[in-house]
Write a protein that binds this ligand. Structure first.
Ligand code: GAP
Length: 446
């Protein structure tokens, strides 16, 4: 089975995960909206990261800073300079624009598309501009943040003063970032508006190398815990020439997408770049005990990792597993922690009142604790298939025996194993399954 972004894009649109944005107006370049299932998956992903970074790590606290901040911040951070710009080449004939041709070893004189002459390459800054207030001039120019962490650096002293934390400690934040990318693309891989989950770890200079290794390892373990195929994950140590302008060391965590290896997270040693520059530009003393703390950063893109988890979990089965073999079946083998819906509840037949009544009662009970859906239309096979396609790990069926013994059949998505569980025990069984217990051991084989 060959996975392709085209197939995944089609599935995500068809099943309410991701829609191209502004579609009724013909769309809008490389912008996407997340549908009901997409927002659920995204929230699960963010919750898992947040839990891992702030609850499981004693010394990491949270923050939610502004998207539009004082523009001086971007001067101090270096984002308004050349370091945060792409080389833009434009064709004189077809006016197509290309980024970093020289870096990619391509001619900077001829258009790669039509062969026309290219204009002299120029630096193109990636910061998105806006104006604050009614007048549009230099004095009101502001920027949408290009990385969430600048909000962390400028709040570093606030957090230290208000939270009784001491070095080493971290600040984590999830939020939108914006970059005026010249060549967005590959579905939701490169966009102009995206979300980042960043953690800045403030420590003493002499501990920075050790903490770099610690966080790199910790982040790699997280992907494994989230069920991703580790054969498709690699570390890429970035050389000095290609590193971000603030980074002394940079290791990208990459995933093998259908279009090739792509960065989903960056681990950076930012040294004292940010705190010392903000001190200089703001005149605020941001030192601790006479030194600037050093910063180790973990920075993961929400949409990029969302795409990696989707690609990774996408499977097509050649033969029908639900007596409906006309077309290929898709199963999203998402880790249950990420699945938009955890449990689907079905009555065996739609037109048997006793069955639907019982199934609805079970659904009402289960949805108090887990994201659940109720479905009574189509054959049971079709209903299983519907849930497989959107990654629901458990399906519960109420049958005629249920009316006698108050038990239900629970079927697991990946193994298709079925167990019989008493109604009373059902929530506990789902809870234990979600905690990672082996499905087959949670009830009698059905
Ligand atoms: N604060 C560090 C920082 O922003 P980065 O490597 O530029 O580092 C971190 O970005 C992560 O943000 C990337 O690994 C990627 O997942 C995500 N990201 C960056 N630019 C993106 C874009 N245009 N579209 C989607 N995600 C992006």
């Amino acid at each position: 089975m060959k996975k392709s972004i085209k197939k995944i894009t089609a599935l995500t649109k068809r099943k309410g995960f991701v829609y191209p944005s502004s579609l009724i107006y013909g769309g809008f370049s490389s912008t996407y909206d997340f549908g009901p299932r997409g927002v659920a998956l995204k929230n699960n992903l963010k919750n898992e990261w947040w839990k891992e970074m702030t609850r499981c790590q004693d010394d990491v606290v949270g923050l939610d800073s502004s998207i539009i901040m004082n523009p001086k911040i971007w001067q101090a951070s270096g984002h308004l300079s050349k370091g945060f710009a792409d080389k833009l080449s434009e064709c004189k004939d077809c006016h197509k624009r290309f980024k970093d041709l020289e870096e990619d070893g391509k001619s900077t004189e001829k258009c790669p598309d039509c062969g026309g002459d290219l204009m002299e390459p120029r630096d193109f800054n990636l910061m998105m501009k806006t104006f604050v207030g009614p007048v549009e001039d230099d004095a009101t120019t502001a920027y949408l943040r290009a990385e969430t962490c600048q909000g962390i650096f400028v709040n570093f002293k606030n957090v230290m003063d208000s939270m009784r934390v001491d070095l080493p400690f971290g600040i984590a934040q999830i939020g939108k970032s914006f970059r005026n990318e010249i060549t967005p693309g590959n579905f939701i891989f490169r966009m102009r508006e995206f979300e980042q989950m960043e953690m800045q770890w403030f420590c003493n200079k002499k501990e920075a190398d050790e903490f770099f290794e610690f966080w790199l390892k910790q982040r790699l373990e997280w992907y494994e815990k989230m069920g991703i195929d580790m054969e498709k994950i690699r570390k890429n140590e970035i050389g000095e020439d290609e590193r971000a302008h603030y980074a002394r060391r940079q290791v990208d965590i990459e995933y093998k997408f259908p279009f090739g290896w792509g960065e989903i997270e960056g681990i950076h040693n930012r040294g004292d770049w940010d705190l010392s520059n903000h001190s200089k530009h703001s005149d605020e003393d941001l030192m601790v005990d006479g030194d600037y703390p050093w910063v180790i950063e973990t920075s993961i893109g929400v949409e990029r990792s969302f795409l990696a988890f989707l690609v990774d979990s996408y499977e097509e089965l050649e033969s029908g597993r639900s007596n409906d073999a006309e077309s290929k079946e898709v199963v999203l083998k998402l880790d249950p922690k990420l699945s938009p819906t955890k449990v689907a509840v079905f009555p065996l037949l739609k037109n048997k009142k006793k069955l639907t009544k019982k199934a609805k009662l079970i659904f009402e009970e289960i949805k108090k604790e887990f994201d659940a859906v109720y479905d009574e239309t189509g054959s049971i096979g079709k209903r299983y298939r519907r849930q497989d396609e959107v990654g629901t790990p458990l399906c519960v069926t109420v049958d005629f025996d249920s009316l006698e013994d108050d038990s239900v059949t629970v079927r697991e998505r990946d193994s298709m194993e079925q167990i019989r569980v008493s109604e009373k025990e059902l929530k506990k069984v789902v809870r234990r399954f979600m905690e990672g217990e082996e499905f087959g051991k949670l009830g009698k084989k059905a």
